[in-house]
Design a protein around this ligand. Structure first.
Ligand code: G3I
Length: 375
């Protein structure tokens, strides 16, 4: 059966590339395997979406999301600075979050919540004393954290199935980031965040999410953190490997070992923010070589064929590793729909995702479809 599936998908994958890269508008009705159908026996395929997409303003982006993905993450609208920009119960603005969740429910998506406790995109008032001149005390910040989590997770209880409870709490060396959360509350802020989230929705999957966990020191720090939480009975049930990768980092061996290491902890492993940065410095071993590299903007007229081929192979190799761990990886989420949506542009023209600026699948799309077909 597997062989039959592989043949069908491989042919269909090529057919999809031919038909969809012929400039046909996104979301055409051609019978073709979508990402979610190609991986339906392996893991969910998700995507980070923005307000223009879930409100339907970006009609072509919305069409791609519905046709290709079965999970969504909110790129920004559930972050503290957006959902509670001002203090107190009157300080919430739930409209964007409500519309994001409604879009997910209408389209039968596995809905992710991102993110409750993070050092970034959190309003200054959260950390300040009433007089606004210096940090508040531990009790005050714990109460603010508790109220925020209870209010937000409680509002979407049973609807958002998995939360990034704490995001990016570690430094590259594996030690805790010296954030205001740590400075004011102490290192138990992480445990408290998970406990508050579990109280608000006991059925939600609660995820620790971070980047560069493929690097040894940071990975060791994350494993130690999760083991400590588990020893204290803290309900951390998943880890998110963001996988903001490059063409040459991490190696497939690093990715393989990292997924295996976290799977051994007994937590679900999710790839949460996948994209391939083609513009920043590659992490070549030769520092001198790296320093010679400049932050380029070389691809303003599209990708040279060789780079397109390298991107295609990169995605195929990554998905081969994810498939090897299909029993532990439960979700792979891309951090954006099309290249034009990516945070990696930042004034330049990056090409990190599977769909181009005209919502058309790139060769990497067919390669990811075909990876699912390999026995
Ligand atoms: O909404 C304002 C808009 O009103 C204003 O006109 C505009 C110009 O200043 O800024 C808009 O806010 C931007 C926001 O995205 C919404 O578009 C912020 O400036 C911008 O900094 C913010 O960037 C987001 C970034 O997180 C912030 O750190 C990216 O979209 C988002 O993709 C990125 O995602 C993070 C994950 O949450 C965590 N992991 C890393 C990942 C990449 O940084």
């Amino acid at each position: 059966m597997k062989k039959l599936k592989s043949t069908i998908l491989a042919c269909a994958g090529l057919f999809v590339t031919a038909s969809l890269t012929s400039g046909a508008a996104a979301g055409n009705s051609l019978p073709a395997p979508s990402l979610k159908s190609a991986y339906k026996n392996d893991f969910l395929i998700g995507v980070a979406i923005n307000q223009r997409q879930f409100t339907g303003e970006d009609t072509q982006g919305a069409a791609l999301i519905k046709s290709q993905f079965n999970s969504i993450s909110p790129e920004n609208v559930l972050k503290w600075e957006i959902i509670q920009p001002r203090p107190g119960a009157s300080g919430y603005d739930f409209d964007p979050g409500d519309r994001y969740v409604e879009f997910g429910e209408t389209n039968g998506m596995y809905i992710i919540g991102h993110t409750l406790v993070w050092h970034s995109q959190t309003p200054n008032w959260v950390f300040l004393a009433e007089d606004g001149t210096n940090y508040c005390d531990r009790a005050t910040l714990l109460k603010r954290m508790h109220d925020h989590i209870q209010t937000v997770v409680g509002r979407y209880r049973g609807r958002i199935k998995c939360w990034d409870v704490v995001n990016e709490a570690l430094q590259d060396n594996g030690e805790l980031r010296k954030s205001p959360w740590l400075k004011i509350i102490g290192d138990d802020y992480i445990a408290k965040a998970f406990e508050y989230a579990h109280e608000a929705d006991p059925d939600a999957i609660l995820r620790y999410n971070d980047y560069s966990l493929e690097n040894e020191a940071k990975r060791r720090g994350a494993i130690a953190l999760i083991k400590k939480l588990q020893s204290e009975g803290v309900p951390v049930t998943a880890v998110g490997l963001q996988d903001h990768v490059k063409l040459d980092w991490p190696t497939v061996e690093q990715e393989d070992a990292t997924i295996a290491d976290f799977a051994r902890l007994g937590v679900k492993v999710m790839i949460t923010e996948l994209d391939v940065d083609l513009l920043s410095r590659s992490r070549s071993a030769d520092v001198a070589e790296m320093q010679k590299q400049v932050l380029s903007n070389s691809y303003t007229n599209g990708l040279p064929e060789l780079v397109q081929q390298a991107l295609t192979k990169r995605y195929a190799d990554l998905f081969s590793v994810f498939l090897k761990h299909r029993n532990d990886v439960t979700l792979v989420t891309f951090w954006g729909v099309t290249d034009g949506d990516s945070w990696l542009n930042q004034g330049r023209m990056n090409h990190p995702l599977l769909f181009d600026r005209q919502w058309r699948p790139k060769p990497a799309f067919a390669a990811v479809i075909q990876a699912a077909a390999k026995p």
